[in-house]
Design a protein around this ligand. Sequence first.
Ligand code: FRU
Length: 509
Amino acid sequence: MNKATFLSLAFAALTGGLFAQEKPAATPTPQWRPVYHFTPPTNWTNDPNGLIFLNGQFNLYYQHNPFENKWGHMSWGHATSKDLVTWKHLPVAIPEVVGKDTTTWIYSGSAVLDKNNTSGFGKNGKAPIVAIFTADQPKQKKESQFIAYSNDGGLSYKQYAHNPVIDLNMKDFRDPNVFWHEPTKQWIMTVAMVDEHMVRIYGSKNLKKWTKLSDFGPAGYTKNGWECPSLVPLVVDNNPAKIKWVLFVSSGGDHGPLMQYYVGDFNGTTFKNDNPADKVLTVDYGDAFYAAIPWRDAPQNKKILLGWLQNGKQETNPWKGQMSIPHDLSVKTTSEGLRLKQSPSTIVSGSLAKYAKGTLSKTNLTLENTLQLSPPGHFDGNSNWIDAVIKLNGAKKVGFTVAEKKGTAKKVLVGYDVEKQILYVDCTGAESANKSTENQIQTAPMKAVNGEIKIQVLIDKSSLEVFGNDGEKVISTMIYPDKDATGLSAFSEGKSAIKTLKVWDLNRR
Ligand code: FRU
């Protein structure tokens, strides 16, 4: 033992921190850092916050611990992007406030551009950006709604002097999401009454004074607390004259996070659910997608949803947590009624060609057994985007094998089971310590259309997002393949045919 080691061990023993001192430095995990999904440069993130499009830029604020790679010191991190792929990382926009008797954590919320300066926070004729969020005060065991405003384009925020703007003296009352409702000329807020399984709807003329308008719930899934509600008007069947309102709610499901939605109408006061109260509609069938909220003021009147992909116990370094691929939202008439449709945003897919280091394109090809798609140096970096239309013909199962380790049984399967009529992700052959037994195989019911299925597989190092039949069903999950588990192939049990297949190799590292 050398002197330095002895001294450090002695110091550790003296301070009672032997184990803390001996804890090995976190091992960096670059093999799991996604390429075309957002991650903070360092440290922890969970929910997306304050999604707002301003001056040609998508602003992403996010729940962030600026000091450690674990949840805590909640603040709003900030990044901007023109294309939702490349991000400019900016300083923390709203930091925690540590006072003598109170610590205020900046929990989830939203941001609006106050075009008409209804709040009066504007300066020199410029519209302010107002952030509306939950102030969590752990010492007081209290959550209330705060506002803060920015006069520098969203870079920094000043806390409103008369916060809170809504205070019910509750412990769990959070995640306000605000938008301008033109027909009633007021700001609308949805906020979660967590343990009551209710969404409270408030209205305001100036973002400072809020009036209760109505309550929604309990309805749908109510076994766990409700969080992060948001209300969005969506186009039905591509007909801009037909609009339905969709209310999103996040809550822990039976096997992990669950996001549910309700389809209905909003008249400026009340949200009316079209379905019976006990109907549960699922946003994502995987075990990772959570706390998603819509981007406000997005271009082309697009409604884009962004979620946090939870990664459970698995440590990643020097960051932890990532965002999902942004989803373009609409509503579709189906045999079961009106349902949410979500596709990877065309803002992202529109720039794939620019980012791809290689593209593969195939049409009208018989698929039987295995078709290798990753010759050495190509499509073998676990950052691929697959768009495929497959004719099922006589096949039993069709799909793709990703993150396969050559010569071993390690792999993740993404497929369609014809007989069971399910889209699935099968992680039973993968490094699976991070998944509970019941989440090893994740499934979504899905019917083939005219004997065909459309499947989009987005693998990005440690995230795997699968969109079935043009975003009718989505399964998002996290995988942690070995560094050399990067094989990619298509499979078919029985004969099927690839009608069209496109793969983009997005591995820029
Ligand atoms: C959801 C959530 C929110 C809360 C935030 C705190 O993941 O629990 O309800 O505002 O995270 O980080």
